[in-house]
Write a protein that binds this ligand. Structure first.
Ligand code: ATP
Length: 442
């Protein structure tokens, strides 16, 4: 289907109805651009974070992970430049007082809402303030981290000392970040509270350009592989190599991996070569024990948003297609979330054809056995056709049906989400069969 706002609206409605994403604080009228992840959304976020951690940390010999504090000493943000520079240009409408990011407006624009005059642009710091302790004084004013990166930089020496690790190596972290965004919006795309999965990859001070470029290219390829792994096709991504005049002052090269969202082509992930800017700011040097040389390591930073991953994966997976009905030549529209199997929130639905005890006893036992290895639902309500459609809509890769023949032949039917083909297998072999199926690449 067309990649339009209509598609976005369908996804938002499905996500609410089926328990992926709810508006935040809904029963009290909501809170501007805040979202809660329901049972299926929570499963998917967990899948994304676990898979990412396995992919980028555990399966590599040159990576370690950390989990650092959300609130850090203010000196961290002074050294990193966030207190002085972490700002976006803001213009305010003099009539309706709505605020806009100046860099998102056309030159000489009026207020997009009421056509009022806009104020001159000023810099607005996006650090989210709070207080530590019982007094709301200046002395106890602190900030929620706007990125997970600094927690990795400031622990650089600790990690070297405790692990005796040598360059090049990377540190990864998954966690919340907070930004007082001027214009949050586009559903979960831009919120003030979100999760990041970031890597700081430390390399020795390059002697020639190819010394950092080779690492940069390797990370670019790894990011492309990860993007394919979450079910996004290469033609859904645009790699924007930022021109020199748009690079942050510390970056020598940045690629934005932009995804064609239904609301436009926008940043999904970023990859930046940050030179020695970060460790120099924190005065953290590396000593090469073989040569005795001391220097500031350079950094390649691949960065990923958890919610943007989820949103892009949902947009890519959303499919509408014609499916046959039980009537001859009959068809009906079915909505299928064609998630990669590892990402699907529910892996298996166990569906007894009738609510009769003799079937439900078997199906409940089967569901419990499978729960040791998979996320499973047991559903005995409504017609089997409707139950299949419900599972298709949330992307469940396999439905198992138990019918009256199962009582005599000990077999069940396995239905594949994508092909809708059905296979008859022995109940006793179902765990083994599904384990094999689940690891097949689609
Ligand atoms: P943008 O240009 O969209 O504001 P950014 O360049 O400021 O993004 P980074 O600072 O590079 O973003 O943050 C790293 C990653 O964190 C982004 O690639 C994105 O996936 C995610 N991210 C950043 N800001 C938000 C936000 N407000 N809401 C959700 N995810 C975000």
């Amino acid at each position: 289907m067309d990649n339009t706002q209509e598609k976005m609206d369908k996804i938002i409605s499905l996500a609410k109805r089926r328990g992926f994403i709810y508006p935040g604080s809904e029963i009290y009228g909501g809170l501007q651009n805040s979202w809660d992840f329901g049972p299926l959304g929570a499963e998917m976020k967990t899948n994304i974070k676990t898979e990412w951690w396995n992919y980028f940390v555990r399966r590599r010999g040159d990576m370690v992970g950390v989990d650092t504090a959300l609130i850090m000493n203010n000196k961290v943000w002074e050294a990193s430049g966030h207190l002085a520079n972490f700002s976006d240009p803001l213009s305010e409408c003099e009539k309706c007082h709505r605020r806009f990011r100046t860099d998102h407006l056309e030159l000489d624009a009026k207020c997009p809402d009421c056509d009022g005059e806009l104020s001159a642009s000023r810099q607005f710091n996006m650090m989210l303030k709070t207080y530590l302790g019982v007094t709301e004084e200046k002395a106890s004013e602190v900030y929620f981290r706007p990125e997970t990166a600094q927690g990795m930089f400031v622990n650089f020496q600790n990690i070297i000392d405790s692990l005796r690790i040598k360059l090049p190596f990377g540190v990864a972290q998954i966690g919340k970040a907070f930004r007082n965004e001027i214009t949050p919006g586009n559903y979960i795309f831009r919120t003030r509270e979100f999760e990041q999965m970031e890597i700081e990859y430390f390399i020795s001070a390059p002697k020639k350009d190819s010394d950092w470029q080779n690492h940069f290219e390797a990370w670019r390829e790894d990011m492309q592989k990860w993007i394919a792994h979450i079910g996004i096709k290469s033609d859904e991504i645009y790699e924007l190599d930022l021109p020199q005049n748009e690079l942050a002052h510390y970056s020598k090269r940045t690629i934005d991996f932009e995804y064609y969202f239904p609301f436009g082509r926008k940043e999904l992930y970023g990859l930046a070569y940050r030179t020695d800017f970060d460790l120099k700011n924190h005065s953290l040097k590396y000593r090469d024990n073989e040569t005795g040389e001391e220097y500031y390591p350079h950094v390649i930073e691949p960065t990923f948003g958890v919610e943007r991953t989820l949103l892009a994966a949902m947009c890519s997976a959303y499919t509408e297609e014609d499916a046959p009905t039980s009537e001859e030549n009959g068809t009906e529209k079915r909505v299928v979330m064609k998630f990669p199997k590892w990402l699907a929130p529910i892996k298996i639905a166990v569906l007894p054809l009738s609510k009769k005890d003799e079937l439900v006893n078997i199906s409940q036992k089967l569901a419990n056995d499978l729960r040791q290895d998979f996320v499973v639902v047991h559903d005995e309500t409504q017609s089997i056709g409707k139950r299949y459609r419900r599972q298709d809509e949330i992307g469940t890769p396999y439905c198992l049906t138990i019918d009256f023949d199962s009582l005599t032949d000990g077999k069940i039917t396995v239905r594949d989400r994508d092909t809708m083909k059905q296979d008859r297998i022995n109940i006793s072999e179902s765990v083994k069969y599904l384990k094999e199926k689940m690891t097949e690449v689609i």
